[in-house]
Structures are given as structure tokens and as C-alpha cells.
Design a protein around this ligand. Structure first.
Ligand code: HEM
Length: 406
């Protein structure tokens, strides 16, 4: 048994220029030194799919370490700093369990399927507006889709979308560990906070009942049952928007990036919604935006390594699908690749914080790519894509494309 601090690990300099555009070779170098661990400036990276699966479920020995990130960003007590430490995922066990159970009742595959007509209408509306342009930034186009769907889930008017988008773009850079961003993060949070409080006040004044009740009514009701105050309800609404925004947008954008090089797969997406399910799962294997940050709360022993309490671990869900031991020709995008349970991607995390929105995200992406493929024919690159910081909510920043409108 060796202590993690004694291991000779590869150093991942993930702030280095170029890292975010192509991180995989660096992770390969890391794997040559150690099968599942690397060193970073802020702690240790766990990049191997099996190690992530085995370790991330050890919820009793790990806790999401947003306080650690707030320390790195030096913003304890600022509006965004407070939110980061008190948002749903960072709450103490009992409070988290209560909220998670309340949400879980609603966030079922059935609810995701009920939302499909809203998803289709939303995408059709966006396509009607954007398709005639023929040359677009696909990332910007994609950004309106998840916000519009979430807004409709809580009965918010579509007029709020441009403002929310701006604030959520800023919030998406929160975990880039760059403390110069804190004033912008605070301003973005305060905008979202005013929106959430206004939404709650309006709904309290005019509650919806029976068939008309939506997610917001359910949240207000659960809040009343569990004595959850408005501060926390507003945080929850903000968290829902933020959790589903740049994750979904970045995956849809990357999917289009893949489609440019895979025209026959893209064409099949237009014809076959069922096939889009496979395309979405394979996309989430080759790319996903998420990392999960944890601090060890007690000593962990795994594969002859001792991880002492207090160690900061970054679970690189985002690159774990490229393991050549598990996937033949791992960089090849192949939606017909057989899905083996133990090799299933970990894009939605593992353990007690596993993504509650995963059924919604999947439905959104399937409906999204299906309709995009029907309306934007023969897409090709119209410039180089940029990249968002790694490991934050990683992904393409700006995907200029040109296409033929259907
Ligand atoms: C492709 C899109 C998405 C991806 C890749 C994704 C990924 C993730 C991951 C990895 C986690 C766990 C983080 C951790 O353990 O530290 C998570 C948690 C969560 N996600 Fe998602 N997510 C997506 C979309 C959504 C959507 C659309 C919603 C809601 C509408 C949502 C709501 C949540 C919530 C509420 C949690 C916290 C669960 C908890 O703490 O118990 N996500 N997501």
C-alpha cells in the first residue's frame, strides 16, 4: 500500500494553452505513469473509467468540495461564493436527501417523455428563426434550446431567455478556477437570483392546480412540507437552470462537431429518432463536459493506494470514455458500438449526486439532433472552433458552420 503523495504521477497542466482543445494525449501520458491517477495544481485527477465507477460511489468517504473551490477562487461569502457552497449538490446529507427525494419523484423517464412535445416545439421555433441564415455559430444557436425548455418547465415567460442566457454563460465559467472572474460571477448570480425570487412571488400569487400544476408548484409544495425557505427555493431554481444549461448545450454542440465528419450518421439522425438514442449515448462516451470535485472525508484505500482524508479528487468524467483497454479504437465515433453495462459512460456521474436531469437531458439531445438534422442539411465547418476552459464545464466555445436549409 502506498500513500497517494508518494506516487510518481504525471502532472496535468490543464490551464496550459491548447490543453482544453485536445486533452486526450496528456491523459494518455498520465496513464503510462499510473493506471488511474494524475497530479494537478489543485489535487489529484482520477481519469480511468473503472476507478471512477469504483470510487465515486463511495459517498460515505467523499463529499462534493465546493468550499474548496470557493477557497481557490477566494470568494467566501460573496453572492456567488455563498451560492456555490449552499447549492443543492453541496448541502449537508440530510438536506440534500430531502431535496433529492422531492425532485426524484418528478424527474422520471415518464416526465422526460411528457416534455418531448415542448422540446420539439422549442427546437422547431429556433430552427425557423436560425435556419434561413445558412451560416451560424451553432453553439450560440444550441444555447437557447435548454434554457427555453427549462423556462417552460417552471412556467417562466420566454422573454426572460436572453437575460438568463447571458448570466448562465458567465456562471458556466465558474469552475475554471480563475478568481478574476468572481465579480462577473457575482453579478450573474444576482441577476438569476432576482429572476428566481420574482418567479416564486408570481406563482405564490397565482398558484396552478391539478393538471396545470408544474415543476414550480411541486417545488413550492415540497418547500412548504420540508420547511424550505425562499432563499433555498430560489437557489434550487437557479441550480436547475445552471445544471441543465451548458452541460446540454456543450453536448449538442459537440454532437454537431462530430456530425460534420460523419455525414451518413447525420443523415440517419434525420430519418430515425430511435437511432438518435444511440448517437447521443456514443457522443456522451467520446465527449462530455463534466468533472466532479470531491474531498475525501475519511481515508480511502483503493488498488494499493491510500488516499488520506482531506485529499481533493477531480473525477474526469469528461475523458473517461477514451480508454483503449475498454473500447476498441476509442477515438472513433461509432453509434453502433455495443454498449456493455460495466463500460457504460459516466457522463451523468455516479453515486448519490448522479444527475437528476439525465432523462430530460437525453430526451432533449435526441429530439434536438433529430430536428436539427432534418432542417440543416450538409453542415460543414466555417472556421475553427474555440474551447472553454478545462476542467470546468468544458466544451466548444464557438462552432461556426455553414449548411443548406431544408
Ligand atoms: C448532457 C447534459 C447533462 C450532463 C452531462 C449532466 C451531468 C451531471 C453530472 C456529472 C452531475 C453530478 C455532479 C457531481 O456528482 O458532482 C449532475 C448532477 C445534477 N444534474 Fe445534471 N447533467 C446534464 C443535464 C442536466 C439537466 C438538463 C438537469 C435538469 C433539468 C440536470 C440537473 C442536475 C441536478 C439537479 C444534479 C444534482 C444532483 C444531486 O446533487 O443530487 N442536469 N449532472
Amino acid at each position: 500500500m502506498q500513500d497517494i503523495t508518494e506516487l510518481d504521477l504525471h502532472y496535468l497542466d490543464w490551464n496550459a494553452p491548447g490543453f482544453a482543445a485536445n486533452p486526450w494525449p496528456e491523459f494518455e501520458k498520465a496513464r503510462e505513469r499510473h493506471p488511474w491517477l494524475a497530479r494537478t495544481d489543485q489535487g489529484y485527477a482520477v481519469f480511468d473509467l473503472k476507478a471512477i465507477r469504483d470510487l465515486m460511489v463511495q459517498d460515505d468517504a467523499l463529499r462534493p468540495s465546493f468550499d474548496g473551490i470557493v477557497d481557490i477562487m477566494e470568494c467566501r461569502g460573496s453572492p456567488w461564493g455563498r451560492f456555490a457552497e449552499e447549492q443543492m449538490i453541496a448541502l449537508p446529507d440530510a438536506e440534500h436527501r430531502f431535496l433529492r427525494n422531492a425532485f426524484a419523484r418528478k424527474f422520471t423517464p415518464r416526465y422526460a417523455n411528457q416534455l418531448r412535445p415542448i422540446m420539439r416545439e422549442t427546437m422547431e421555433r429556433l430552427l425557423a428563426e436560425w435556419t434561413p441564415r445558412e451560416k451560424i455559430d451553432f453553439e450560440e444557436f444550441a444555447s437557447y434550446y435548454p434554457i427555453a425548455v427549462t423556462a417552460q418547465m417552471v412556467g417562466a415567460p420566454l422573454s426572460v431567455i436572453p437575460g438568463l442566457r447571458k448570466s448562465m454563460e458567465t456562471m458556466g465559467l465558474a469552475f475554471s478556477m480563475d478568481k478574476t472572474r468572481v465579480p462577473d460571477l457575482d453579478a450573474a448570480f444576482e441577476h438569476l437570483d432576482a429572476f428566481a425570487h420574482d418567479l416564486l412571488a408570481r406563482r405564490r400569487a397565482e398558484p396552478r392546480e391539478g393538471e396545470d400544476a408544474d415543476l414550480l408548484d411541486m417545488l413550492i409544495e415540497a418547500g412548504a412540507e420540508g420547511n424550505v425557505g425562499d432563499r433555498q427555493l430560489a437557489d434550487l431554481i437557479i441550480f436547475l437552470f445552471v445544471a441543465g444549461y451548458d452541460t446540454s448545450k456543450n453536448v449538442l454542440t459537440y454532437m454537431m462537431h462530430l456530425m460534420i465528419d460523419n455525414p451518413s450518421i447525420y443523415k440517419r439522425c434525420a430519418d430515425d429518432l430511435e437511432y438518435c438514442r444511440r448517437v447521443v449515448e456514443e457522443t456522451l462516451r467520446v465527449f462530455n463536459p463534466s468533472s466532479a470535485f470531491r474531498a475525501a472525508t475519511s481515508d480511502i484505500e483503493y488498488c494499493d493506494v491510500r488516499i488520506p482524508a482531506g485529499t481533493m479528487l477531480f473525477f474526469n468524467l469528461n475523458v473517461a470514455g477514451h480508454d483503449a483497454k475498454l473500447f476498441a479504437d476509442p477515438d472513433r465515433f461509432d453509434p453502433d458500438r455495443p454498449i456493455v453495462a460495466e463500460n457504460r459512460h459516466v457522463a451523468f456521474g455516479m453515486g448519490k449526486h448522479m444527475c437528476l436531469g439525465q432523462y430530460i437531458a437525453r430526451a432533449q439531445l435526441q429530439e434536438g439532433i433529430h430536428l436539427v438534422a432534418r432542417h440543416m442539411h450538409a453542415p460543414h465547418a466555417d472556421g475553427e472552433p474555440g474551447w472553454r476552459p478545462f476542467p470546468g464545464v468544458w466544451g466548444i466555445k464557438g462552432l461556426p458552420i455553414e449548411f443548406t436549409p431544408a
